[in-house]
Ligand binder design. Structure first.
Ligand code: ZN
Length: 406
């Protein structure tokens, strides 16, 4: 065994990795079940989404758990702290040489001789052969130290989750049935009952259990957009405010509706079709609402967007600082800026956006800090970021139509 594989020599983790992507009749899975003590103490199963994802969880008195999707092992969990009351816990010393159940992140790293990676800011993991070992710790001590206190303290490790999916990319196998978002799909004999499902989703949005992702189709537009047959598919994204997973509800022009739970990154990577202007598919009142909404006027790729509402002009100007800050500010042009824009046009906006960027508008010293509508919220009840994203989404549609005609 080379130094590179010290983790494998010093732990029994290969036993867990070898079981991934196989089914319960395969020898490596039988071997793992044996190592967990034979018969599981509980087997739970449920369906998630449409087409249904069949989830099955085998839990063992020894603190092990095997999670299957459609009868294939997608995750193996070592419970270091009791989960949901009924389970035993593993003796970590039997799985990784020299460790106790009180291991800190530093001790895990030393014992396995592996570098720590992070999925997001709070989810450390190791790469172990063909799989990944995600580490769950109890959240930080609440002192506001970004949760970092959690993994430096002994006794905070709760579980080790072995997956084939890179942490952060797929739905984690220990994403338990979230009471807030797992009961929203309604199915009839012919698959998804679209109206009943829409009703549940809309009440969840009203109750703030779910939040609509502004760059995708609005729930209330889904039916009309689908009926217009202008798009090959129309999709709404709803983020669960409890578990942070995203529900993607999709109506296809030529196909059955789908409903799925996804990790944030996974949802973001799903293809999006630009949304046509409302006058092509919506009822009159919706068309009027869009005319009253923010509308795209001009932009400079990667730097700024100018949007308009009535007589007001708003500049969404991107700013960045090192690799950490990359955001944008939304500034309503004042009378002097409006008059300069009417003379200087696009070139004036280029200069203004440059000035905003150079002023470091994320610091209170910048004159744009207090004017940034993204920061101070502006008119109560308005979601400026959402409104600007949807104005831009409509513009993207028009631009694509033009390039198709050319
Ligand atoms: Zn949820």
């Amino acid at each position: 065994m080379t130094n590179k594989h010290r983790w494998a020599a010093r732990s029994r983790l290969p036993l867990l990795v070898d079981a991934l992507a196989l089914d319960t009749t395969d020898e490596p899975v039988r071997r793992l079940i044996g190592a967990f003590g034979g018969e599981p103490t509980s087997v739970t199963g449920y369906d998630l989404g449409e087409p249904a994802l069949r989830v099955r969880k085998l839990r063992f008195a020894s603190g092990g758990e095997i999670v299957l999707h459609h009868d294939t092992v997608v995750g193996v969990i070592l419970h270091v702290k009791p989960a949901a009351g009924d389970l035993g816990v593993v003796d970590l010393a039997q799985w990784v040489k020299g460790l106790t159940n009180d291991a800190t992140l530093e001790e895990l790293k030393a014992a396995l001789a592996l570098p720590v990676h992070f999925a997001g800011l709070r989810s450390p993991y190791f790469t172990i052969g063909a799989g990944y070992a995600g580490l769950r710790f109890v959240p930080g001590d609440g002192s506001g130290s970004a949760g970092a206190g959690g993994w430096n303290q002994p006794g905070h490790l709760t579980r080790i989750v072995i997956t084939m999916d890179k942490p952060g990319l797929g739905l984690p196998p220990d994403a338990d049935e979230c009471p807030a978002c797992t009961d929203l799909l309604v199915c009839g004999e012919n698959g998804v009952d679209v109206d009943a499902t829409l009703l549940r989703l809309e009440s969840a949005v009203a109750a703030k259990t779910l939040k609509e992702v502004a760059s995708r189709a609005k729930l209330t537009d889904l039916r009309a957009l689908h009926a217009s047959r202008l798009m090959t598919f129309v999709e709404s994204h709803l983020i669960c405010t409890s578990c942070r997973h995203i529900i993607c509800f999709t109506l296809y022009r030529d196909g059955s509706p789908t409903f799925g739970h996804h990790a944030v990154d996974e949802a973001r990577r799903r293809p999006a079709e630009p949304i046509p202007p409302a006058d092509q598919w919506a009822a009159q009142e919706r068309v009027v609402a869009e005319q009253d909404a923010l509308r795209y006027v001009d932009h400079q790729p990667g730097a700024w967007f100018l949007v308009q509402q009535g007589d007001s002009l708003y500049l969404d100007a991107r700013y960045s600082y090192s690799a950490v800050i990359d955001d944008s500010a939304l500034i309503e042009l004042d009378p002097a800026e409006r008059s300069a824009y009417s003379k200087g046009g696009h070139e004036y906006l280029r200069q203004l956006a440059g000035k905003i960027h150079m002023s470091a508008p994320y610091t209170p010293d910048s004159p744009y800090f207090a004017r940034d509508l993204y920061r101070r919220g502006g008119e109560p009840g308005r979601d400026y970021r959402g409104e600007v994203s949807s104005a831009i989404a409509h513009h993207t549609w028009s631009a694509e139509q033009r390039s198709r005609r050319m």
